[in-house]
Design a protein around this ligand. Structure first.
Ligand SMILES: O=P(O)(O)O[C@H]1O[C@H](CO)[C@@H](O)[C@H]1O
Ligand SMILES: O=c1cc[nH]c(=O)[nH]1
Length: 252
């Protein structure tokens, strides 16, 4: 096939990879790829840094999505065109339930659609649901790696500040639509905020692709807004989970 628009890759470049690990951050993509054998950089363009590696003999892509739904939808669309069927997001997150601790790992079963991009794939009544088997693999991986983890619903917002009802901002103002929203999500047992899973889950479900999401907790917003946890430790735990989940899915 012709090269895809942004990644500039052809099907053959992926060597048959059917599974992609998709962190938001390009540097995290590199660190993940380096933990898998035979890692080679495929492309670095804009927020998309893609690597090909071999996990237990199976080709796997690691590709950063950048922050938010629009860029995530491009990475997922183009990787799907190149043959990828399974997308495992590994991110960072802010918890909003008091019982969740910094460094815990959260597995999302579904996401509140506080994004815009997912509405370009399916109407709002359509659920942003994770794939059952990908989620099951994430949970099994949490158990196998021994991390403290929680499973449940995530709020996935286009914006980091107003959409996640943050007041520690330049203006200190949150528009009316989001005033009180965090308390409502807490009441409705939402675990956390992040920024890509609503788009990822909606588009993958709508397109017949498989998606799961795991995130490491950087901050618990019931206690503080600015993280003081060791970011590397948080990343190590969530990455250990996503790599084990990938192994489990590839072994099926
Ligand atoms: O650490 P990543 O994967 O980027 O995920 C989270 O961190 C970013 C915000 O700081 C957003 O992308 C959010 O979803
Ligand atoms: O609070 C947080 C932390 C990381 N990422 C988010 O989107 N929100």
């Amino acid at each position: 096939m012709e090269k895809v628009f942004h990644l500039g890759l052809r099907t053959a470049d992926l060597q048959g990879a059917k599974l992609a690990i998709v962190p938001g951050c390009p540097d995290r993509a590199k660190r993940i790829a380096e933990q898998i054998s035979e890692a080679q950089c495929l492309v670095k363009t804009r927020e998309f840094h893609a690597y090909l590696a071999s996990l237990n003999g199976s080709p796997v892509v690691v590709c950063s999505t950048g922050i938010g739904g629009p860029s995530t939808s491009i990475a997922v669309e183009e990787l799907a065109q190149l043959g990828v069927k399974t997308f495992l997001r590994v991110g960072t997150t802010g918890a909003i339930q008091p019982h969740i601790n910094e460094g815990d790992v959260l597995v999302s079963t579904a996401s509140v659609r506080l994004d815009g991009a997912s509405q370009h794939f399916a109407p709002l009544a359509y659920p942003a649901a994770a794939d059952f088997y990908a989620t099951q693999a994430m949970v099994e991986a949490c158990k196998a790696t021994g991390v403290d983890f929680h499973v449940g619903i995530t709020a996935s917002s286009d914006t980091f500040y107003p959409g996640q009802e943050r007041y520690d901002t330049y203006s200190g103002y949150v528009s009316r639509a989001f005033q009180g929203s965090c308390a409502e999500w807490q009441q409705l047992n939402v675990m956390n905020y992040e920024m890509e899973s609503a788009t990822l889950f909606t588009m993958c479900a709508a397109l017949g692709l498989q998606a799961g999401c795991v995130a490491g907790v950087l901050v618990n917003r019931t206690r503080q807004e600015i993280p003081d946890v060791d970011h590397a430790m948080v990343e190590r735990r969530s990455v250990a989970v996503v790599l084990k989940a990938a192994e489990l899915l590839l072994a099926k």
